[in-house]
Design a protein around this ligand. Structure first.
Ligand code: PLP
Ligand code: ZN
Length: 406
């Protein structure tokens, strides 16, 4: 058995093939590159039972990951997050078989650790010494920290409004951090110039091919945790779209290995009403999205006005008979409170968006009562303390609680 069955990089737009051993960013045609594996060979040699007894982290799937040598792995123990039944909330929205895959308990507190672990490990394997990336906060924090562990220098540019804690995570890791009074698209332009001026590796979303591979492991884990019997629906909060593209890629690879059977789960791209370019494109049955002007939402991670991989997100939604749906900020924040008070989980606003979407899709019949549904909570609520407004009664030192208990 080989450690990894990775074979080459390929362009999903023009089918050009790239060598695995060199640094690559986008295809010459401008499309993101995808990682290919020798699935025929792997199918003969690799079975689900081979996973038994392996460590409970994402590297248990190393045959389906791009790192060639084990010694290049940079890990903080990421992956194998729990799949939790949401019985109380599920009952209240008439989806009794509702599960939450909780990415809030992973290193750095968001699923971004998965992309960073695999992306940084591969960067180390390729001999990269310094990288730059724009971020809405969480990805920059994860990449800065994993880069520090790998001894790779990083330049991170994020919007001024990004969650404050992510700023601290970058700073404490020793990254070169810059704030821009604008959106992630503005940060992206600044990074693009720095990459040219200083000949840096560009770790922007989908401009390096390996982040998807890390996020793909969410799909592999859901399949393994459900005993290789897939749910009917998977809902995902979609910004740059890497998560949903990765989950779809995982499903296709598992199909090719014969570990799961169709039909595939219907994939749902959930966006915020204040930034819903994928939803608009899906409603118009388009293959690509248009830039969303003046985007705004409290779910900061999904404030991405135009994703480079939009055509891949839309393809995954169309091919699985899924859908795209937008939810407004008041519903997101209300759902965040409901999940905390009914299930004891303080989830991030992006994750709350997914539950708001599940509620709507059940109400309009798109999700049926008997269906098994997996909702991705992509991060911990504690990373966004300001999304919860509290009014707390104050007591004097000689005062006691008289009334008002709930
Ligand atoms: C908590 C959270 N959820 C979801 C997303 C969207 O991720 P993707 O790029 O996979 O669509 C982000 C991106 O920043 C995020 O931070
Ligand atoms: Zn191409």
């Amino acid at each position: 058995m080989k450690f990894s069955y990775v074979s080459h990089l390929n362009c999903p737009k023009c089918n050009k093939i790239y060598d695995l051993h060199e640094k690559h960013q986008l295809c010459t045609c401008g499309s993101p590159l995808l990682v290919s594996y020798d699935l025929d060979e792997l199918k003969k040699e690799f079975k689900p039972k081979d996973l038994l007894g392996r460590p409970a982290d994402l590297w248990r799937y190393h045959e389906l990951l791009p790192v060639l040598k084990e010694e290049n792995i940079v890990s903080l123990g990421e992956g194998m997050t729990p799949l939790i039944p949401m019985r109380n909330f599920g009952k209240s929205v008439a989806i009794p078989n509702l599960f939450m895959k909780d990415e809030g308990i992973i290193p750095t507190g968001t699923f971004k650790a998965r992309g960073a672990a695999v992306g940084i490990s591969k960067a180390k394997e390729l001999g990269i010494k310094e990288l730059a990336m724009p971020t809405n906060g969480n990805a920059g924090a994860a990449w800065a920290l994993y880069a520090a562990r790998a001894g790779i220098k990083s330049i991170i540019v994020m919007p001024l409004d990004a969650p404050k804690i992510t700023r601290n995570e970058c700073a404490v890791s020793g990254a070169n951090l810059y704030l821009v009074n604008g959106l992630i698209s503005d940060a992206g332009r600044i990074v693009g110039q720095a990459v040219k001026d200083f000949n840096l590796f560009d770790a922007s979303t989908l401009k390096e091919p390996y982040r998807i591979e890390g996020k793909k492991t969410m799909g592999l884990e859901i399949a393994e945790q459900m005993g290789w019997k897939m749910p009917d629906v998977i809902l995902y909060p979609t910004g740059g779209g890497v998560g949903i593209i990765g989950i779809y890629k995982a499903l296709m690879e598992l199909l090719a290995l014969g570990w799961i059977e169709g039909p595939l789960p219907r994939l749902v791209a959930v966006q915020a009403a204040g930034c819903a370019p994928i939803v608009r494109a899906w409603e118009e049955r388009k293959a690509v999205s248009e830039f969303w002007e003046n985007s705004t939402t409290a779910a900061f991670g999904i404030n991405v006005p135009k994703a480079l991989g939009d055509f891949l997100v839309l393809d995954a939604v169309y091919k699985t008979d899924g859908c795209a749906i937008a939810v407004d900020d008041p519903s997101i924040l209300q759902e965040q409170r409901r999940i905390a008070s009914m299930e004891g989980a303080f989830i991030c606003p992006e994750g709350a968006a997914v539950f708001a979407a599940a509620r709507i899709l059940r109400k309009n019949g798109w999700i049926r009562e008997e269906e098994t549904v997996v909702a991705l909570n992509t991060g911990a609520g504690v990373k966004y303390p300001d999304t919860v407004q509290v009014e707390v009664p104050e007591l004097q030192r000689d005062e006691y609680i008289r009334e008002g208990r709930r």
